[in-house]
Design a protein. Sequence first.
Length: 393
Amino acid sequence: MQLNKVYLDNSATTIVNAEVLKEMGLYFSGMYGNASSIHFWGRRAKEALDSSREKIACLLNASIDEIFFTGGGTESDNIAIFGIVNAQNTKGHIITTKIEHHAVLYSCQHLEKNGYSVTYLDVDKDGVISLNDLKQAIRADTVLVSIMHANNEVGAIQPIEEIGIYLKTINANRKNKVYFHTDAVQTAGRVYLDVKTLKVDLLTMSGHKFYAPKGIGVLYVKKGTKIKPITFGGSQENALRPGTENIPYIVGIAKAFNIANANLEEDDRRVLFLREQLKEGIIKKISEIIINGSGSRAVSNILNVSFKYIEGEALLIMLDMSGIAVSTGSACATGFGGSHVLQAMGVDPVSAQGTIRFSFGHYNTQDEVDYVLEQLPKIVEKLRLMSPVYKKF
């Protein structure tokens, strides 16, 4: 079987849904006004902005004044983290994990260099933190807990609801509140997100992970949260994210999020089936592998596999030559060395070098899985025969 192209890198980005693209089109050329203008075109743009905000608020079980549009997940994370710490009267303590996206990790590291204290929680072999570790890490000067909902490399889902319940309990007896932020970039559009159930103060989303365009994100900020802007220049988004609103993209993310939530359960079952078919096929056909995460506490679309004795980049290139698109981990970490996620999970460095992430989406098919299982074993065998490490072992 020969397929033209197989795209299994949906955790890096997704195609823009045709319905989303169609709905966006009007606001590029017809209703192209500035939402801050009071004339006809401006009013139509403002109506689209308000409608989109209402749609996302409804799907998140939030209020419309708790939804802020940004340029993407990284910006949302930065506003959440720096916005909270800047609103405090002192340089306090932050808790995060060792497996966060670099938008969170690098923000925390920057704060460390500027006098803040940061605790990086360990994870177990499945990439999940211990709630007890979090409880022990809380200090009198803790101001923020930032823990991702699901990891972008291995799919591990963190106990966000349990953390939220615990923080709500201790905040009742504290003078200074511990705010709770979660990066939900890998779960938005893949699992139902209810900010009241999760009990978070801030939540981050990125449109291009669920078939909206790149360059548009959402930040949920619970009413009453003490937060300051990190950029200045206008009153848009209640001055938290100033700048002319990107109406076509805002319309796009609202439409895409609505479609994703409407089809969520069906997509989840189908994608999980495809992932398990690929996983079982790899286990059956290829020896000396490690499945990282992808257990019961993981999103359904990510399969992270370490193929021992070979380089992941070489495997990625040869798969690409066969028309199969995958990744070696986070697209945002390309060029930064080995995976900090696998290191934190205890995967040995040699095995980690041969790691590939397969990430499924709405448009993947059984034929594509069959094609991958036809090509992958041959490529792995070829690379191992060329590997001095394989010959040694």
